[in-house]
Design a protein around this ligand. Structure first.
Ligand SMILES: [Mg+2]
Length: 446
Protein backbone atom coordinates (compact mmCIF):
# COMPACT_ATOMS: atom_id res chain seq x y z
CA UNK A 1 0.00 0.00 0.00
CA UNK A 2 1.28 3.43 -0.84
CA UNK A 3 0.97 6.03 1.82
CA UNK A 4 0.14 9.69 1.13
CA UNK A 5 3.80 10.66 0.98
CA UNK A 6 4.64 7.90 -1.58
CA UNK A 7 1.63 8.88 -3.67
CA UNK A 8 2.81 12.46 -3.71
CA UNK A 9 6.28 11.33 -4.84
CA UNK A 10 4.83 9.27 -7.70
CA UNK A 11 2.56 12.10 -8.90
CA UNK A 12 5.43 14.63 -8.78
CA UNK A 13 7.61 12.12 -10.63
CA UNK A 14 4.86 11.52 -13.22
CA UNK A 15 4.29 15.20 -13.72
CA UNK A 16 7.99 15.81 -14.14
CA UNK A 17 8.19 12.97 -16.60
CA UNK A 18 5.23 14.37 -18.57
CA UNK A 19 6.81 17.79 -18.58
CA UNK A 20 10.11 16.35 -19.72
CA UNK A 21 8.34 14.42 -22.44
CA UNK A 22 6.61 17.58 -23.62
CA UNK A 23 9.86 19.55 -23.58
CA UNK A 24 11.60 16.81 -25.55
CA UNK A 25 8.80 16.73 -28.12
CA UNK A 26 8.97 20.49 -28.48
CA UNK A 27 12.73 20.28 -29.03
CA UNK A 28 12.26 17.70 -31.76
CA UNK A 29 9.48 19.77 -33.33
CA UNK A 30 11.75 22.81 -33.40
CA UNK A 31 14.61 20.85 -34.87
CA UNK A 32 12.36 19.38 -37.55
CA UNK A 33 10.11 22.31 -38.35
CA UNK A 34 12.04 25.35 -37.15
CA UNK A 35 10.71 28.06 -34.88
CA UNK A 36 7.22 29.38 -35.48
CA UNK A 37 7.54 31.98 -38.20
CA UNK A 38 7.14 35.66 -37.42
CA UNK A 39 4.25 37.22 -39.33
CA UNK A 40 4.27 40.29 -41.56
CA UNK A 41 2.96 43.20 -39.53
CA UNK A 42 3.55 46.11 -41.87
CA UNK A 43 4.79 46.86 -45.38
CA UNK A 44 5.98 50.38 -46.14
CA UNK A 45 7.94 52.22 -48.80
CA UNK A 46 10.99 54.45 -48.40
CA UNK A 47 11.10 56.77 -51.41
CA UNK A 48 14.37 58.66 -51.55
CA UNK A 49 16.79 60.25 -54.02
CA UNK A 50 20.08 61.02 -52.21
CA UNK A 51 22.02 61.02 -55.49
CA UNK A 52 19.27 62.70 -57.53
CA UNK A 53 17.96 59.36 -58.85
CA UNK A 54 14.65 58.11 -57.48
CA UNK A 55 15.13 54.95 -55.40
CA UNK A 56 12.32 52.78 -54.03
CA UNK A 57 12.99 50.60 -50.99
CA UNK A 58 10.36 48.36 -49.40
CA UNK A 59 10.48 47.80 -45.64
CA UNK A 60 8.75 44.79 -44.08
CA UNK A 61 8.18 44.85 -40.33
CA UNK A 62 7.31 41.65 -38.46
CA UNK A 63 5.37 40.94 -35.27
CA UNK A 64 8.70 40.02 -33.64
CA UNK A 65 10.34 42.97 -31.89
CA UNK A 66 13.23 44.46 -33.87
CA UNK A 67 12.89 42.03 -36.80
CA UNK A 68 12.46 43.75 -40.17
CA UNK A 69 14.04 43.80 -43.62
CA UNK A 70 14.62 45.96 -46.71
CA UNK A 71 14.31 45.24 -50.42
CA UNK A 72 14.99 47.22 -53.60
CA UNK A 73 12.11 47.94 -55.97
CA UNK A 74 13.70 50.72 -58.01
CA UNK A 75 12.26 51.54 -61.43
CA UNK A 76 13.56 55.07 -61.51
CA UNK A 77 11.79 56.28 -64.66
CA UNK A 78 8.36 55.48 -63.14
CA UNK A 79 9.34 55.36 -59.45
CA UNK A 80 6.16 57.00 -58.18
CA UNK A 81 4.04 54.16 -59.60
CA UNK A 82 5.84 51.45 -57.62
CA UNK A 83 4.83 53.11 -54.34
CA UNK A 84 1.02 52.51 -54.64
CA UNK A 85 1.66 49.07 -56.17
CA UNK A 86 3.28 48.16 -52.83
CA UNK A 87 1.06 50.13 -50.46
CA UNK A 88 -2.36 49.61 -52.03
CA UNK A 89 -2.03 46.09 -53.43
CA UNK A 90 0.80 44.06 -51.88
CA UNK A 91 0.50 45.37 -48.33
CA UNK A 92 -3.11 44.26 -47.63
CA UNK A 93 -2.35 40.97 -49.39
CA UNK A 94 0.68 40.30 -47.19
CA UNK A 95 -0.29 41.37 -43.66
CA UNK A 96 -0.33 38.32 -41.38
CA UNK A 97 1.57 36.03 -43.78
CA UNK A 98 4.55 34.10 -42.33
CA UNK A 99 7.88 35.69 -43.35
CA UNK A 100 9.68 32.38 -43.75
CA UNK A 101 7.81 31.41 -46.92
CA UNK A 102 9.75 33.50 -49.41
CA UNK A 103 9.15 31.34 -52.46
CA UNK A 104 5.47 30.89 -51.66
CA UNK A 105 4.99 34.65 -51.14
CA UNK A 106 6.80 35.41 -54.40
CA UNK A 107 4.44 33.14 -56.33
CA UNK A 108 1.38 34.47 -54.53
CA UNK A 109 2.37 38.09 -55.25
CA UNK A 110 3.21 37.30 -58.86
CA UNK A 111 -0.12 35.62 -59.55
CA UNK A 112 -2.27 37.97 -57.51
CA UNK A 113 -2.45 40.64 -60.22
CA UNK A 114 -3.54 38.09 -62.87
CA UNK A 115 -1.79 40.21 -65.55
CA UNK A 116 1.90 40.04 -64.76
CA UNK A 117 5.50 40.58 -65.85
CA UNK A 118 5.26 44.35 -66.04
CA UNK A 119 8.07 46.55 -64.74
CA UNK A 120 6.01 48.33 -62.04
CA UNK A 121 4.62 45.16 -60.48
CA UNK A 122 7.86 43.18 -60.84
CA UNK A 123 9.73 45.91 -58.97
CA UNK A 124 7.09 46.00 -56.22
CA UNK A 125 7.39 42.20 -55.89
CA UNK A 126 11.19 42.50 -55.80
CA UNK A 127 11.01 44.98 -52.91
CA UNK A 128 9.04 42.44 -50.89
CA UNK A 129 11.17 39.47 -51.99
CA UNK A 130 14.49 41.07 -51.08
CA UNK A 131 13.07 42.33 -47.75
CA UNK A 132 12.10 38.74 -46.87
CA UNK A 133 15.63 37.51 -47.70
CA UNK A 134 17.00 40.28 -45.48
CA UNK A 135 14.72 39.11 -42.65
CA UNK A 136 15.76 35.48 -43.11
CA UNK A 137 19.41 36.49 -42.93
CA UNK A 138 18.81 38.51 -39.80
CA UNK A 139 16.97 35.56 -38.23
CA UNK A 140 19.82 33.21 -39.09
CA UNK A 141 22.37 35.82 -38.00
CA UNK A 142 24.08 35.33 -41.35
CA UNK A 143 24.63 37.41 -44.49
CA UNK A 144 22.31 36.28 -47.30
CA UNK A 145 25.21 34.81 -49.31
CA UNK A 146 25.53 32.12 -46.63
CA UNK A 147 21.90 31.12 -47.19
CA UNK A 148 22.65 30.64 -50.89
CA UNK A 149 25.45 28.17 -50.20
CA UNK A 150 28.37 30.46 -49.39
CA UNK A 151 31.00 32.21 -51.46
CA UNK A 152 32.69 30.78 -54.51
CA UNK A 153 34.90 33.90 -54.83
CA UNK A 154 36.11 36.62 -52.49
CA UNK A 155 34.53 39.65 -54.18
CA UNK A 156 32.92 40.85 -57.41
CA UNK A 157 35.25 42.10 -60.15
CA UNK A 158 33.71 45.35 -61.44
CA UNK A 159 33.82 47.73 -64.36
CA UNK A 160 33.68 51.50 -64.15
CA UNK A 161 32.14 53.93 -66.66
CA UNK A 162 34.62 55.97 -68.71
CA UNK A 163 33.22 58.72 -70.84
CA UNK A 164 34.15 61.94 -72.57
CA UNK A 165 33.18 64.34 -75.31
CA UNK A 166 36.20 63.13 -77.33
CA UNK A 167 38.63 60.17 -77.41
CA UNK A 168 41.25 61.87 -75.20
CA UNK A 169 38.71 62.59 -72.46
CA UNK A 170 37.36 59.03 -72.50
CA UNK A 171 40.87 57.55 -72.35
CA UNK A 172 41.77 59.92 -69.51
CA UNK A 173 38.64 58.80 -67.66
CA UNK A 174 39.52 55.11 -68.25
CA UNK A 175 43.03 55.68 -66.88
CA UNK A 176 41.54 57.00 -63.64
CA UNK A 177 39.68 53.72 -63.11
CA UNK A 178 42.78 51.71 -63.97
CA UNK A 179 44.82 53.75 -61.47
CA UNK A 180 42.27 52.77 -58.81
CA UNK A 181 42.93 49.12 -59.60
CA UNK A 182 40.10 48.34 -62.04
CA UNK A 183 40.74 45.69 -64.70
CA UNK A 184 37.54 46.39 -66.66
CA UNK A 185 36.35 49.72 -68.11
CA UNK A 186 33.31 50.63 -70.17
CA UNK A 187 34.24 53.19 -72.83
CA UNK A 188 31.71 55.62 -74.34
CA UNK A 189 32.43 58.74 -76.40
CA UNK A 190 30.25 61.65 -77.39
CA UNK A 191 29.43 62.45 -81.00
CA UNK A 192 29.75 66.21 -81.60
CA UNK A 193 26.34 67.80 -81.31
CA UNK A 194 24.56 64.51 -80.69
CA UNK A 195 22.94 62.91 -77.69
CA UNK A 196 25.16 59.84 -77.30
CA UNK A 197 24.55 57.33 -74.53
CA UNK A 198 26.85 57.42 -71.48
CA UNK A 199 28.93 60.27 -72.87
CA UNK A 200 29.16 64.03 -72.99
CA UNK A 201 27.75 65.96 -75.91
CA UNK A 202 30.15 68.90 -76.14
CA UNK A 203 29.18 72.32 -77.46
CA UNK A 204 28.67 71.53 -81.15
CA UNK A 205 25.23 71.74 -82.78
CA UNK A 206 23.92 69.67 -85.68
CA UNK A 207 21.26 70.75 -88.13
CA UNK A 208 17.97 68.89 -87.72
CA UNK A 209 14.28 69.21 -88.54
CA UNK A 210 13.48 69.58 -84.82
CA UNK A 211 15.02 71.35 -81.85
CA UNK A 212 15.39 68.39 -79.45
CA UNK A 213 18.30 65.98 -78.86
CA UNK A 214 19.62 64.36 -82.07
CA UNK A 215 21.11 60.90 -82.61
CA UNK A 216 22.25 59.30 -85.86
CA UNK A 217 23.12 55.59 -85.53
CA UNK A 218 25.60 55.36 -88.45
CA UNK A 219 27.68 58.32 -87.25
CA UNK A 220 27.72 56.89 -83.73
CA UNK A 221 28.89 53.42 -84.85
CA UNK A 222 31.81 54.77 -86.89
CA UNK A 223 32.94 56.92 -83.97
CA UNK A 224 32.61 54.06 -81.47
CA UNK A 225 34.82 51.82 -83.64
CA UNK A 226 37.45 54.56 -83.76
CA UNK A 227 37.19 54.83 -79.96
CA UNK A 228 37.94 51.11 -79.56
CA UNK A 229 41.03 51.50 -81.76
CA UNK A 230 42.26 54.54 -79.82
CA UNK A 231 41.50 52.88 -76.46
CA UNK A 232 43.45 49.74 -77.37
CA UNK A 233 46.40 51.90 -78.49
CA UNK A 234 46.37 53.99 -75.30
CA UNK A 235 45.37 51.40 -72.70
CA UNK A 236 47.02 48.26 -74.07
CA UNK A 237 45.78 44.72 -74.60
CA UNK A 238 45.44 43.67 -70.96
CA UNK A 239 42.56 45.96 -70.03
CA UNK A 240 39.11 44.55 -70.64
CA UNK A 241 37.06 47.00 -72.71
CA UNK A 242 33.25 47.07 -72.64
CA UNK A 243 30.78 49.17 -74.59
CA UNK A 244 27.02 49.83 -74.33
CA UNK A 245 25.08 50.39 -77.57
CA UNK A 246 21.91 51.00 -75.55
CA UNK A 247 19.92 49.41 -78.40
CA UNK A 248 20.08 52.65 -80.42
CA UNK A 249 20.86 51.24 -83.85
CA UNK A 250 18.91 49.34 -86.49
CA UNK A 251 19.22 45.53 -86.16
CA UNK A 252 21.34 45.03 -89.28
CA UNK A 253 23.61 47.88 -88.19
CA UNK A 254 24.08 46.00 -84.91
CA UNK A 255 25.17 42.93 -86.90
CA UNK A 256 27.73 45.00 -88.83
CA UNK A 257 28.90 46.77 -85.66
CA UNK A 258 29.50 43.49 -83.81
CA UNK A 259 31.46 42.13 -86.81
CA UNK A 260 33.59 45.26 -87.16
CA UNK A 261 34.25 45.37 -83.39
CA UNK A 262 35.43 41.73 -83.28
CA UNK A 263 39.11 42.57 -83.82
CA UNK A 264 39.19 44.81 -80.72
CA UNK A 265 38.32 41.82 -78.50
CA UNK A 266 35.79 43.60 -76.30
CA UNK A 267 34.92 41.91 -73.02
CA UNK A 268 31.38 42.60 -74.15
CA UNK A 269 29.25 44.63 -76.49
CA UNK A 270 26.09 45.44 -74.55
CA UNK A 271 22.51 45.76 -75.76
CA UNK A 272 23.43 45.78 -79.44
CA UNK A 273 19.75 44.93 -80.04
CA UNK A 274 16.56 45.88 -78.29
CA UNK A 275 14.29 43.24 -76.68
CA UNK A 276 11.96 43.65 -79.68
CA UNK A 277 14.74 42.53 -82.07
CA UNK A 278 16.38 39.66 -80.17
CA UNK A 279 15.93 37.23 -83.07
CA UNK A 280 18.80 39.10 -84.79
CA UNK A 281 21.21 37.70 -82.20
CA UNK A 282 21.24 34.50 -84.26
CA UNK A 283 22.55 36.52 -87.20
CA UNK A 284 25.29 38.15 -85.12
CA UNK A 285 26.34 34.77 -83.72
CA UNK A 286 26.59 33.24 -87.19
CA UNK A 287 28.98 35.98 -88.32
CA UNK A 288 31.37 36.79 -85.47
CA UNK A 289 32.58 35.91 -82.00
CA UNK A 290 32.23 39.34 -80.38
CA UNK A 291 31.18 38.74 -76.78
CA UNK A 292 27.63 39.87 -76.22
CA UNK A 293 25.77 41.10 -73.14
CA UNK A 294 22.04 41.62 -73.12
CA UNK A 295 19.08 42.05 -70.90
CA UNK A 296 18.81 45.13 -68.71
CA UNK A 297 15.34 45.80 -70.13
CA UNK A 298 14.05 42.26 -69.64
CA UNK A 299 11.02 41.68 -67.41
CA UNK A 300 9.86 38.21 -68.26
CA UNK A 301 11.38 34.72 -68.56
CA UNK A 302 9.87 34.52 -72.04
CA UNK A 303 12.40 37.10 -73.18
CA UNK A 304 15.67 35.60 -72.01
CA UNK A 305 15.11 31.84 -72.27
CA UNK A 306 15.92 31.40 -75.99
CA UNK A 307 19.00 33.63 -75.73
CA UNK A 308 20.38 31.31 -73.05
CA UNK A 309 19.30 27.91 -74.38
CA UNK A 310 20.53 28.71 -77.90
CA UNK A 311 23.74 30.24 -76.48
CA UNK A 312 23.13 33.46 -78.40
CA UNK A 313 24.65 35.73 -75.75
CA UNK A 314 27.55 35.45 -73.31
CA UNK A 315 26.35 37.59 -70.42
CA UNK A 316 22.85 37.98 -69.00
CA UNK A 317 22.40 41.51 -67.77
CA UNK A 318 19.07 41.72 -66.03
CA UNK A 319 18.15 44.53 -63.60
CA UNK A 320 17.51 42.28 -60.59
CA UNK A 321 14.47 44.18 -59.26
CA UNK A 322 13.00 44.34 -62.78
CA UNK A 323 12.69 40.56 -62.99
CA UNK A 324 11.10 40.32 -59.53
CA UNK A 325 14.01 40.18 -57.08
CA UNK A 326 16.61 37.78 -55.73
CA UNK A 327 14.37 34.69 -55.93
CA UNK A 328 13.90 34.71 -59.73
CA UNK A 329 17.42 36.09 -60.34
CA UNK A 330 19.09 33.17 -58.58
CA UNK A 331 17.07 30.78 -60.72
CA UNK A 332 18.08 32.62 -63.89
CA UNK A 333 21.77 32.44 -63.08
CA UNK A 334 21.54 28.75 -62.15
CA UNK A 335 19.72 28.14 -65.44
CA UNK A 336 22.34 30.14 -67.38
CA UNK A 337 25.13 28.10 -65.75
CA UNK A 338 23.90 25.02 -67.60
CA UNK A 339 24.51 26.78 -70.92
CA UNK A 340 27.80 28.54 -70.18
CA UNK A 341 26.21 31.99 -70.00
CA UNK A 342 27.63 34.29 -67.31
CA UNK A 343 26.19 37.16 -65.26
CA UNK A 344 26.68 40.91 -65.60
CA UNK A 345 23.80 42.25 -63.49
CA UNK A 346 22.69 45.79 -64.28
CA UNK A 347 24.31 47.98 -61.62
CA UNK A 348 23.96 51.70 -62.36
CA UNK A 349 23.02 54.50 -59.92
CA UNK A 350 19.33 53.68 -60.25
CA UNK A 351 19.77 50.56 -58.15
CA UNK A 352 19.65 51.22 -54.39
CA UNK A 353 22.53 49.99 -52.18
CA UNK A 354 20.14 47.23 -51.01
CA UNK A 355 19.72 46.16 -54.64
CA UNK A 356 23.49 46.31 -55.17
CA UNK A 357 23.98 44.05 -52.15
CA UNK A 358 21.50 41.58 -53.65
CA UNK A 359 23.43 41.43 -56.90
CA UNK A 360 26.87 41.25 -55.28
CA UNK A 361 25.45 38.38 -53.23
CA UNK A 362 24.64 36.64 -56.52
CA UNK A 363 28.09 37.57 -57.87
CA UNK A 364 29.97 35.92 -55.02
CA UNK A 365 27.79 32.80 -54.91
CA UNK A 366 27.29 31.93 -58.61
CA UNK A 367 30.04 29.91 -60.32
CA UNK A 368 29.12 31.56 -63.63
CA UNK A 369 29.73 35.16 -62.58
CA UNK A 370 31.07 37.36 -65.37
CA UNK A 371 31.54 40.96 -64.24
CA UNK A 372 29.64 43.52 -62.16
CA UNK A 373 28.71 47.05 -63.25
CA UNK A 374 29.84 49.51 -60.59
CA UNK A 375 28.43 52.86 -59.50
CA UNK A 376 29.99 54.72 -56.60
CA UNK A 377 27.80 55.79 -53.64
CA UNK A 378 27.96 59.48 -52.78
CA UNK A 379 28.07 60.77 -49.18
CA UNK A 380 24.33 61.37 -49.00
CA UNK A 381 23.60 57.83 -50.19
CA UNK A 382 25.92 56.45 -47.52
CA UNK A 383 24.21 58.63 -44.92
CA UNK A 384 20.82 57.07 -45.83
CA UNK A 385 22.09 53.51 -46.42
CA UNK A 386 24.50 52.59 -43.65
CA UNK A 387 26.66 49.57 -44.40
CA UNK A 388 26.97 49.91 -48.20
CA UNK A 389 29.14 47.30 -49.94
CA UNK A 390 32.80 48.34 -50.04
CA UNK A 391 34.92 48.88 -53.18
CA UNK A 392 38.65 48.08 -53.09
CA UNK A 393 40.86 48.10 -56.19
CA UNK A 394 38.03 47.27 -58.55
CA UNK A 395 36.54 44.54 -56.37
CA UNK A 396 33.19 45.04 -54.65
CA UNK A 397 32.84 43.27 -51.29
CA UNK A 398 29.60 42.19 -49.62
CA UNK A 399 28.80 43.49 -46.19
CA UNK A 400 29.35 40.63 -43.73
CA UNK A 401 26.58 41.69 -41.31
CA UNK A 402 23.36 39.58 -41.15
CA UNK A 403 20.85 39.89 -44.00
CA UNK A 404 21.96 42.55 -46.48
CA UNK A 405 23.92 44.19 -43.64
CA UNK A 406 22.41 47.58 -44.43
CA UNK A 407 20.38 49.83 -42.13
CA UNK A 408 18.27 52.59 -43.66
CA UNK A 409 18.17 55.91 -41.81
CA UNK A 410 14.60 56.92 -42.63
CA UNK A 411 15.04 60.45 -41.27
CA UNK A 412 18.01 60.98 -43.56
CA UNK A 413 16.05 59.42 -46.46
CA UNK A 414 13.26 61.98 -45.91
CA UNK A 415 15.76 64.82 -46.42
CA UNK A 416 16.13 63.72 -50.07
CA UNK A 417 12.59 63.20 -51.40
CA UNK A 418 11.78 62.35 -55.02
CA UNK A 419 12.78 65.35 -57.11
CA UNK A 420 15.88 66.11 -55.03
CA UNK A 421 18.71 67.19 -57.33
CA UNK A 422 16.52 67.02 -60.45
CA UNK A 423 16.33 69.89 -62.87
CA UNK A 424 15.19 70.65 -66.40
CA UNK A 425 13.33 67.96 -68.30
CA UNK A 426 13.80 65.30 -65.63
CA UNK A 427 12.07 67.47 -63.08
CA UNK A 428 9.22 68.31 -65.46
CA UNK A 429 8.81 64.59 -66.28
CA UNK A 430 8.77 63.49 -62.63
CA UNK A 431 12.12 61.73 -62.92
CA UNK A 432 11.27 60.22 -66.31
CA UNK A 433 13.27 60.41 -69.52
CA UNK A 434 12.58 62.67 -72.48
CA UNK A 435 12.88 61.84 -76.16
CA UNK A 436 15.68 61.53 -78.70
CA UNK A 437 15.13 61.73 -82.46
CA UNK A 438 17.06 61.31 -85.67
CA UNK A 439 17.71 64.49 -87.70
CA UNK A 440 14.50 63.98 -89.65
CA UNK A 441 12.42 63.70 -86.47
CA UNK A 442 12.11 59.90 -86.19
CA UNK A 443 12.05 58.77 -82.54
CA UNK A 444 14.77 56.32 -81.53
CA UNK A 445 14.84 53.64 -78.85
CA UNK A 446 16.74 54.62 -75.73
MG1 LIG B 1 23.26 49.36 -70.33
Amino acid sequence: MLNRRDLFKVSVGALTFAQRELAAQEKIARAVRGLPSPKIKDVSVIATAPAGLRLVVVKITTDQDGLYGYGCGTFTQRADLVVPAVEKYLKPFLIGKPVDRIEDIWNANYNSSYWRNGPVLNNAISGVDQALWDIKGRQANMPVYQLLGGKVREAADCYGHSDGADFAQTIESAKKWIEQGFRFVRVQVGVPGMAGYGSRRGEAQVKALHSGPVFEPGVYIRRALKLFEESRKALGDDIELLHDVHERVAPIQAVQFAKDAEKFKLFFLEDALSPEDIAYFRMIRQQCATQLAMGELFNSPHEWRPLITERLIDFIRIHVSQCGGLSPARKIIAFAEQFGVRSAWHGPGDVSPIGHMAQITLDVTAPNFGVQEYSPFNERTQEVFQGCPVMKEGYWYVNEAPGWGIEVDEKAAAKYPFGFGENGERKTLNGGWGEIRRKDGTIIKQ
